[in-house]
Design a protein around this ligand. Structure first.
Ligand code: TUI
Length: 308
């Protein structure tokens, strides 16, 4: 399945991995790239030097291209933006903000820039600023989300820009990939399914929580403060929801979530930690290698799209 995205990125399959905080480290990025997709190292809140080390470790595991996701709300975003250039990274995705201030530097260094957007307005703006593509991410996604669903956002972004569009949010199998292509996307970004991959260095409790999740186990915290975050229901989301309903401020609630994602991913605290995952969690039933996941999803998608 050749598209403008597979050509632009030099990858075999039109699948890019989400830049998930604490999860998207070098083992996962290298495994997705080795399997023919585009792996990403998630910069998240990490300092520039930590991201540099992750890039160097991934290079030891794969000769194939991989990218870096720059999380724009990070206090270290400026440093990470520079590190990707110094390390010769060829593809950057961005999340949770507007990457305009880095675009000139990245373009001058020959970096392909693919901002993640949750609205048509930002997609248009990114095209004007020279983005090579955009990820249109619906609110089925895990983590920090916008308001639109993938079904409504993707075709509106496709109609609004000429650059290729990558669909994200709620895609976890070949049916989702085929549906995204029907909406006009030329690739998909997948996060939650890769969390349960064999190569993802994620605590077994976290993987099992996703595998056991039902369709209705997803919750969004922080809507009232303009920081909506999708994760799986647990003691943390219940407590957060209760305090949010009582009108507690964002600052008062921050203590509940500070360090809570790391605790869940690394220590396996899926009770009071933040278990970020997309709504697709209910459909994920087993751990597989990234290669098995990608090959299974692509053969299903190709059948549905009549490409075989
Ligand atoms: O960024 C994501 N997903 C994320 S980032 C993250 S780390 C984090 N954890 C807790 C709280 C906040 C962040 C976990 N998951 N996806 C891409 C995405 N970007 N979704 C929505 C947006 C977005 C939202 C508003 C992009 C731009 C925007 O406003 C742009 C502007 O004009 O400022």
């Amino acid at each position: 399945m050749k598209t403008r995205i597979t050509e632009l990125l030099g990858i075999q399959y039109p699948i890019i991995q989400g830049g998930m905080a604490w999860v998207a480290e070098h083992h996962l990025a290298a495994a997705v790239s080795e399997a023919g997709g585009l792996g990403l190292i998630g910069g998240a809140n990490a300092p520039g030097e930590v991201v540099r080390e992750e890039i160097r470790k991934a290079r030891k595991l794969t000769m194939k291209p991989f990218g870096v996701n720059v999380m724009l709300m990070s206090p270290h975003a400026d440093d990470v933006a520079k590190v990707v250039v110094e390390e010769g990274i060829k593809v950057v995705t961005t999340g949770a903000g507007n990457p305009e201030k880095y675009m000139d530097m990245w373009k001058a260094a020959g970096v392909k820039v693919i901002p993640v957007v949750a609205s048509v307005a930002l997609a248009r703006r990114m095209e004007r600023y020279g983005a090579d593509g955009v990820v249109a991410e619906g609110c089925e996604s895990g983590g920090h989300i916008g308001e639109q669903t993938t079904m409504t956002l993707v075709p509106q972004v496709v109609d609004a820009v000429k650059i290729p569009v990558i669909a994200a949010g709620g895609i976890g199998d070949g049916r989702g990939i085929a549906a995204a292509f029907m909406l006009g996307a030329e690739a998909v970004q997948i996060g939650t399914r890769f969390v349960v991959s064999t190569e993802a260095v994620v605590h077994e409790n976290y993987k099992q929580r996703i595998i056991k999740a039902k369709d209705i186990d997803s919750a969004v915290t922080g809507r009232s403060h303009g920081h909506p975050v999708r994760c799986l229901r647990n003691q943390m989301t219940r407590e957060y929801g209760k305090l949010e309903a009582e009108g507690k401020s964002f600052e008062e609630l921050e203590y509940l979530t500070l360090g809570a994602l790391r605790r869940a991913v690394q220590e396996g605290d899926v009770v009071s930690g933040t278990v970020m995952a997309g709504q697709i969690a209910g459909m994920i039933s087993k751990e597989q290698t990234c290669k098995e996941m990608i090959e299974e999803m692509m053969s299903q998608a190709e059948k549905l799209l009549g490409h075989e």
